[in-house]
Design a protein around this ligand. Structure first.
Ligand code: GAL
Length: 403
């Protein structure tokens, strides 16, 4: 090979090598798990909070349970510098985002950030429209691993939304770093149909979750059961790399959250929080806690760290539970798992205790099975073709049904 051919081949190979990134549809083989600033801390965020949360994620056993990302939501921005580079608020993040990302990475965690497909974010701060390439490069240079990309202050129509999300996904792809794109248009433009095509990995299914069971004040807030109901029909769109983002877990907020306490968000019972964890796992939603990880009660830890329910969420088959039964009092869901077993959830939506039966053959799982209760952590039946038992108001019983 002559010298110039050798050089150009080497150059080509090295550019191919350095620009080699994970294909976008392989960025999130399982639903991302982590912690997000918004629902409790809103704009009261700074680098100390992020560092302390990273420490708490490790020390509290959350990282080892699978929670990996720290997502910084809106109100981190400090505008743009003279070269139009987006910058963090210098009072909140005096040492800059790169140093913070380095710290988070040193703990074996990943860092997410937030922007919006318009000129201003939902909170009215600097957003990325027209600066997609530049912002994506900036995020990559800081070591950002995930971008939640919101849709406030942007036109209603779906074509514009697709175009704006595609532009950002391309910019992230050109940034030289693997950065996941979480699409946050609140399920208003059937995002589940086009998320993958434009380069996104997850799609919000609803408006913001409020810390409540149900929107009884009719102010448009989304409670736990409201989000289950809007997400259930979307199960067929769920597959590895395409996840239904049901918004943050409100477990542990108890009515003390910032935005999650609006619109009737008075707080939930532990039974209802356990139902949220159960259903977010059954439906393969990303799991983004938003409580104060520096002080978590034992009962919240029991819910958030249950390895058996997390295993259902993270199952590599990547299917969401299908709703097999729905009536005024209860719902039954079935999720197929990679090892051939099934997760079955019985959700009492009524205000009274119910005795419910899951007849496996009727649910499409004929045969005799061992039935494991994933909240009681024990096998409750062997060689069984059904499960019958009590389900308390707003409770979800979850079982793994296996040969
Ligand atoms: C909303 C979004 C919330 C939060 C907020 C920040 O549009 O749904 O999750 O990100 O903006 O302003």
């Amino acid at each position: 090979m002559n010298k110039s051919l050798f050089l150009s081949t080497a150059l080509l190979l090295s550019s191919l090598f350095t620009s080699a990134q994970t294909p976008r549809n392989q960025l999130t083989p399982r639903p991302p798990m982590g912690w997000m600033t918004w629902n409790l801390f809103q704009g009261n965020i700074n680098e100390q909070l992020i560092r302390e949360t990273a420490d708490a994620m490790v020390e509290g056993g959350f990282r080892d349970a699978g929670y990996e990302y720290i997502f910084i939501d809106d109100l981190w921005q400090g505008g743009r510098d003279r070269q139009n580079n987006i910058i963090p608020d210098p009072e909140k993040f005096p040492n800059g985002m790169k140093a913070l990302a380095d710290y988070v990475h040193s703990k074996g965690l990943k860092l997410g950030i937030y922007s919006d497909a318009a000129q201003l974010t939902c909170g009215g701060w600097t957003a990325s429209l027209g600066f997609e390439e530049q912002d994506a490069r900036t995020f990559a240079s800081w070591g950002i691993d995930y971008l939640k990309y919101d849709y406030c202050n942007a036109p209603e129509d779906s074509a514009t939304a697709r175009h704006r999300y595609r532009t950002m996904a391309n910019a992230l792809q050109n940034s030289g770093r693997d950065i996941v794109l979480g699409i946050c248009e609140w399920g208003q433009r059937q995002c589940e149909e086009w998320c993958e095509e434009v380069g996104g990995q997850l799609w919000r299914t609803s408006y913001d979750v409020r810390d409540m069971w149900k929107d009884i004040v009719k102010e448009g807030g989304m409670g736990i059961i409201d989000i289950v109901n809007v997400t259930a029909p979307l199960a067929k769109y769920v597959r590895p790399g395409q996840w239904p983002d049901m918004d943050m877990l409100v477990v542990g907020l108890n009515g003390t959250g910032g935005p999650s306490s609006d619109l009737g968000g008075v707080g939930c019972t532990q039974t209802e929080y356990q139902t949220q964890m159960s259903m977010w796992c059954m439906m393969a939603s990303p799991l983004a806690m938003t409580n104060d990880l520096r002080k978590v009660s034992e009962d919240d830890r029991r819910i958030l760290l249950n390895p058996e329910i997390i295993a259902i969420n993270q199952d590599v088959l990547g299917k969401a539970a299908e709703r097999k039964v729905m009536n005024d009092n209860y719902q039954i869901f079935v999720r197929p798992l990679a090892d051939g077993s099934h997760a079955v959830a019985l959700l009492n939506t009524s205000e009274k205790p119910l005795t419910l039966t899951a007849d496996f053959a009727v649910l499409g799982i004929s045969g005799k099975y061992t039935v494991r209760d994933v909240w009681q952590h024990k096998d409750v039946a062997r060689n069984a073709s059904k499960w019958k038992g009590h389900v308390m108001p707003h409770e979800t019983r979850v079982f793994v049904v296996k040969k």
